[in-house]
Design a protein around this ligand. Structure first.
Ligand code: AMP
Length: 604
């Protein structure tokens, strides 16, 4: 993904009269040029004026207020609160507090303290007792501390109402007013809001003093750096198929997928995890520490996809998010703007995709009206297009491996070719097959067929997964060469077409007898004398022996895991290697060494 600089102006940070320590803090943050809101807002705040900033997150508004307020802060050894920032969510409070700490990292004695709901009181009380110059908090928790008298705002000289529209939407108006009532009237106030409804105007006219108003026209929704598309999808299965097709076809860095309910975050995350994607569910039930861990994992690439609800994802600032998928359409345009603002951060490019039910199409007009731009219709790639991409990606991965490979494996292959009198390209083919045993390289013909019928690269419903080629006389009579799907093992059943078996019989018998939901039953192929079915990895032996005795009509399934004689030999060989190598667990005192030994032996 290409990284473009943030929208910049002709001014530099040094032109903005910021002191050296702050300039060094900015350099550490990697900021070189002020964004428009920074260059327009900083001079007014430095001059002590009240301001209203109409700007989205992603425009650099945090630095626009943090830098001038820090610059004007009269440092006192006794750390009493001088700057108060009110944020609607704990996520935003943490983020803003981190930004403050980064900017003033060269002002070592300056203390910044986040205070938000969901965090235990003890550490907040300790922080307040030690004292802080900057407090960043959510309204509810700030009120709690005011009531406990653990927080005194009488020394605050500057207050920022960040994402004021969100605060009011979340019902914090009374709390905000109460907090403002605790701060001396002679103060500087800055209000930031993505939208300017009448309620925000009223708040501003009551609490701000002749504010300078700055609007950053370029909203996250209208800026060209976020490419917006929509797709008409009918029903959850079609959406899942479309999402999976997209994941196959598009290279992405980090992805945020929005759904409406907590339950869906978990279900979809489980579904994608079972397909091999590293993903997590972010919803309001997740405790703060776990949430922070997940966000950190998304940041450092340990997680690639987060499935989130609107509330849980509010304020999320992860520059790696290259794609936002509106799996469920948002309730309104504002929510859509907030959602897609999670990508295209810090001047990067981003992509947003909106899944719409045919009846939700009117949302496109509303978006056009509100942002001046409606998402464009997206065409999902066909299986052949995906396969062409996969083919190229596979070739590329060979080139990369060739560059990185020393002589160890090539010597081994030479040895093999000599010993077995086989051409190297045949060995290369066998190795490639081994690599893709669990994850087929290409989308297969059956799925292509389904795509033609359903307009998606994957089967549109679970029945389709079991559907056979329409012409029964062309059924394969030889064992399939396509390996089982990822996460699946292939099983053989001793009942075939000659016994009159249908896919539905197999699904029914397995679902009922093994209590495996039909959605987890994979590809079924029916041959003359027997059939095969792909089932999730790791079937417990008891379930298997139970299934062996299950019947379709009068015949027993006699199901067993499918293996070829050579494969059996290979797995026996591996087992004997494992038996010879001490298990890492036996070497508790030197686990690294034992693990290394075990790892090495498997390469033999
Ligand atoms: P904000 O709108 O304050 O949430 O900032 C959005 C993102 O832009 C954050 O990741 C900031 O670290 C980044 N950012 C803000 N100002 C600049 C700048 N002048 N140069 C580069 N990145 C910036």
């Amino acid at each position: 993904m290409s990284v473009s600089p943030p929208p910049c102006t002709s001014l530099s940070f040094t032109d903005l009269s910021l002191g050296r320590p702050l300039l060094r803090g900015l350099a550490k943050s990697g900021y070189t040029t002020p964004t428009p809101i920074q260059s327009r807002m900083i001079p007014h705040l430095l001059a002590g004026r009240d301001v209203i900033g109409q700007a989205q997150t992603g425009t650099g508004k945090t630095a626009a207020f943090a830098l001038p307020l820090l610059q004007n802060l009269a440092f006192s050894a006794k750390a009493t609160p001088q700057i108060l920032v009110l944020s609607p969510t704990r996520e935003l409070a943490m983020q803003v507090s981190t930004s403050f700490s980064r900017y003033c990292s060269e002002l070592t004695q300056l203390r910044v303290l986040p205070i938000y709901g969901g965090q235990e009181y003890a550490s907040q009380l300790r922080g307040l007792q030690r004292g802080a110059h900057v407090i960043v908090g959510t309204p509810g928790r700030i009120i709690d501390h005011l009531q406990r008298r653990s927080l005194d705002l009488s020394s605050v000289g500057s207050v920022v109402l960040d994402e004021a529209d969100e605060m009011l939407k979340m019902g914090f108006l009374a709390d905000v007013e109460r907090i403002l009532g605790e701060i001396p009237e002679k103060r500087q106030t800055a209000l930031f809001s993505a939208t300017m409804p009448a309620s925000i105007r009223r708040l501003a006219s009551r609490y701000l003093n002749e504010p300078v108003e700055i609007t950053i026209e370029e909203t996250a929704a209208s800026t060209p750096k976020i490419e917006q598309h929509y797709l008409i999808t009918n029903g959850i299965k079609a959406k899942k198929n479309a999402l999976e097709t997209l994941l196959e076809a598009q290279s992405f860095d980090g992805m945020l997928v929005f759904v409406r309910t907590k339950l869906q975050t978990v279900e979809l995350a489980e579904h994608l995890s079972s397909r091999g994607y590293s993903c997590g569910a972010l919803n309001g039930d997740i405790v703060q520490s776990q949430r922070a861990r997940m966000v950190a994992q998304l940041k450092d690439g340990k997680l690639d996809i987060l499935i989130a609800t609107d509330v849980a994802a509010r304020g999320l600032d992860v520059q790696r998010i290259s794609h936002v998928i509106n799996f469920d359409a948002p309730y309104d345009c504002e929510a859509y703007i907030h959602r897609i603002g999670r990508t295209g951060r810090a001047g990067r490019k981003g992509k947003a995709l909106l899944f719409l039910h045919p009846q939700e199409k009117k949302m496109l007009h509303a978006l056009k009206k509100q942002t001046g731009e409606a998402p464009a219709l997206m065409k999902l790639p066909t299986p052949s297009e995906i396969n062409a991409l996969k083919r190229e990606a596979f070739k590329l991965s060979i080139s990369v491996a060739l560059e990185e490979e020393g002589s160890f494996f090539s010597d081994l292959i030479d040895e093999y070719c000599r010993e077995h009198d086989v051409a190297p390209h045949l060995v290369a083919g066998a190795l490639a097959k081994m690599c893709h045993e669990k994850t087929p390289l290409f989308i297969d013909k059956q799925q292509e067929e389904t795509h033609r019928n359903h307009g998606s690269a994957r089967p549109a419903d679970s029945q389709a997964r079991h559907r056979l080629p329409r012409n029964s006389t062309t059924r394969p009579q030889k064992p399939q060469t396509t390996p089982p799907e990822q996460g699946m093992d292939r099983y053989r059943i001793e009942i075939g077409e000659s016994h009159g078996i249908k896919p539905g019989n197999i699904v029914g018998a397995i679902a009922n007898e093994a209590d495996i939901s039909s959605q987890y039953i994979g590809r079924i192929s029916i041959f003359n004398e027997y059939s095969t079915v792909d089932l999730p990895y790791g079937m417990p032996p008891r379930t298997l022996s139970h299934l062996q005795k299950a019947r379709v009509g009068s015949r027993m399934l006699r199901i067993r895991k499918e293996t070829t004689p050579l494969r059996e030999k290979a797995s026996a060989a591996q087992k004997s290697i494992k038996d010879k190598v001490p298990s890492p667990r036996l070497h508790k005192s030197t686990p690294g060494l034992a693990a290394k030994k075990a790892g090495k032996s498997l390469h033999l």
